[in-house]
Design a protein around this ligand. Structure first.
Ligand SMILES: CC(C)(COP(=O)(O)OP(=O)(O)OC[C@H]1O[C@@H](n2cnc3c(N)ncnc32)[C@H](O)[C@@H]1OP(=O)(O)O)[C@@H](O)C(=O)NCCC(=O)NCCS
Length: 520
């Protein structure tokens, strides 16, 4: 998209006539291109003959949006309503979930680029607790205007064009167009500026959020057109994906609904291969991908890791099928299983960020992509902790065994992990497992916290969270085995508000509590 203006100005694509719509000229003869500056500016500057419709309803938008009447060949005065698009104020459940997953990735002080559809709308609506946001985006929308009005967007930390929302066009309601009129907080620029990856990269924490139409299991993105139906023009997505990745602290996010309703029934939007469509973003450029089933970061991952990640966020009805086609194509080993993850619905409500000594620790349910990091966590435990956790000097933590933790169903098996570092590249510093036992509707819990993070309350945090999740899943109580000298583990159980029974079993202690028996 950033290169389209050059096609016109270089006359590689010569324009004979440009028909544009502008605001009434000001006292100096300048008219504004208003809500659509994008490629219109280059068209107006390079066409042989320019016809301008002066429409009093067109807002006078600040920035690089002005054309002088001397540069127009023919003026037609005609007032009419601008094309307005009113999106439904209520988002679907799936769109809200996607919005919530994305909001978890957005830090205060980020500069945002976002699209127009229902998922983008739900995402902007999910940002109402963020601070110091900025906007540098192809489109301005009503939701962005509302977030500006509530003070969440102030454009103060953008690093470039501070104090200004920058865009190249607006699509929305008449209120939005009124908001843009003579508003010094908004600058519109042509696409060769707004979409220029080098301009995008100059922003602090630039986050690009774009909608994918379909993706393959290795991460290739279709977003522009399909063989039979063209539903979009040249996409600005590659410009923003590449620019955002280069910005300090920036990231690119692609969102898609896991399925689409078609004439042939429900179809997965995550497919083994993109056959009849065009790849807009190659897989090497893709970072975060979000569906209503969760989010993964594909950047820098092997094909095997990508496939596991993409299948984990596909609709449960299609995971098995995708997994088998990945095996057929040789993307993943024949020995791998999907386990409980085949039908699991990731419980995003269990995600939380806590602060320990100024460090952010992400607490969340384990995902299939965590397998290797959980292995690394166990391999790094000191010998004494391995003994306390596994009751023996275990030296091998094989992948097949780890799968039971990362490929969980989140109901009968729930593993929580504590992670430090960037999404997709973090380090697991604690693992808390909860496995439902067949007897007495009870779950067994087990914990391991890395040496440097012990005594910081992570165990306490985990046991409370696991007990609450187990209760919510209809489990009646918890048990744990420990050595009698493991005071930390014994103390951990006492954190719960329930009566703890301690039984000696062959020299080990069995700690147990029932959720319907409160401590005295
Ligand atoms: C047991 C373990 C999970 C506790 O996790 P943690 O994050 O360090 O625990 P917390 O910081 O939440 O502390 C929990 C309680 O234990 C106490 N505690 C922590 N470390 C302790 C220690 N070394 N000795 C005595 N008490 C200790 C805390 O004071 C706290 O009690 P309080 O609430 O009365 O103050 C952690 O030490 C660990 O991973 N150990 C190795 C593996 C293991 O033993 N697992 C348990 C068997 S499955």
């Amino acid at each position: 998209m950033s290169e389209v203006p050059l096609l016109f100005t270089s006359r590689k694509l010569p324009l004979n006539v440009a028909m544009i719509q502008v605001s009434p000229p000001d006292d100096f003869g300048w008219t504004s291109l208003g809500i659509s500056v994008d490629v219109t500016m280059a068209a107006a500057r390079s066409a042989d003959f320019v016809i301008a419709q002066v429409n009093p309803k067109m807002p006078r938008v600040m920035g690089q949006s002005f054309i002088h009447v001397n540069d127009v060949d023919l003026i037609v005065e005609y007032e009419e309503d601008l094309l307005s698009v009113l999106l439904s104020a209520v988002s679907s459940d799936a769109a809200k979930k996607i919005g919530r997953h994305i909001a978890n990735l957005i830090e205060d002080g980020s500069t945002l680029q976002i699209g127009l559809d229902a998922m983008s709308q739900a995402t902007v609506q999910a940002l109402s607790n963020k601070k110091d946001l900025g906007v540098h985006s192809q489109f301005l929308t009503d939701d962005i205007m509302h977030l500006y009005a509530t003070g969440n967007i102030n454009n103060k930390k953008k690093g470039i064009n501070e104090g200004k929302m920058v865009a190249s066009m607006a699509i929305g309601s008449p209120n939005l167009y009124e908001f843009l009129n003579d508003n010094p907080a908004v600058d519109f620029h042509p696409s060769d500026y707004v979409n220029d990856p080098f301009v995008i990269a100059q922003h602090n924490k630039m986050v690009s959020m774009n909608v994918a139409h379909r993706m393959d299991i290795t991460g290739q993105v279709a977003a522009e057109a399909s063989a039979a139906t063209r539903f979009a023009g040249v996409s600005g997505i590659p410009d923003f994906v590449r620019g955002a990745k280069r910005s300090p602290g920036g990231k690119s996010i692609l969102m898609l609904f896991s399925t689409s309703e078609t004439e042939d029934g429900l179809q997965s939007n995550i497919v083994p291969q993109l056959n009849d469509t065009i790849t807009v973003v190659p897989r090497g450029d893709v970072q975060h991908v979000i569906t209503e089933y969760g989010g993964v970061n594909l950047f820098g991952k092997s094909v095997q890791e990508r496939v596991v990640a993409m299948i984990s966020i596909a609709h449960p009805d299609f995971r098995e099928q995708l997994f088998n086609s990945a095996k057929d194509r040789g993307f993943i080993g024949a020995e791998r299983t999907l386990g409980e993850a085949a039908r699991a619905v990731y419980p995003v409500q269990l995600e939380e960020v806590i602060n320990r000594g100024g460090e952010k620790i992400h607490i969340r349910p384990a995902k299939p992509v965590d397998e290797r990091r959980i292995q690394e966590h166990y391999y790094n435990l000191p010998k004494e902790d391995i003994l306390s956790r596994f009751f023996g000097q275990k030296t091998v933590f094989a992948r097949a065994e780890m799968e039971t933790r990362s490929n969980a169903d989140y109901v009968n098996d729930l593993t929580l992990v504590a992670i430090i570092g960037d999404f997709g590249f973090g380090k697991v510093v604690a693992v808390a497992e909860c496995m439902k036992l067949s007897r007495e509707n009870t779950a067994e819990v087990a914990f391991s916290v890395s040496e440097d993070y012990q005594g910081k309350g992570l165990g306490t945090f985990f046991i409370k969270k696991l007990a609450a999740a187990a209760r919510a899943n209809g489990i009646g109580g918890l048990i744990a085995y420990t050595f009698p000298q493991n005071k930390a583990m014994i103390n951990l159980f006492k954190v719960l508000p329930y009566k703890v029974t301690t039984t000696n079993e062959d020299g080990d202690l069995l700690l147990s509590c029932r959720f319907n028996e409160l401590a005295d």
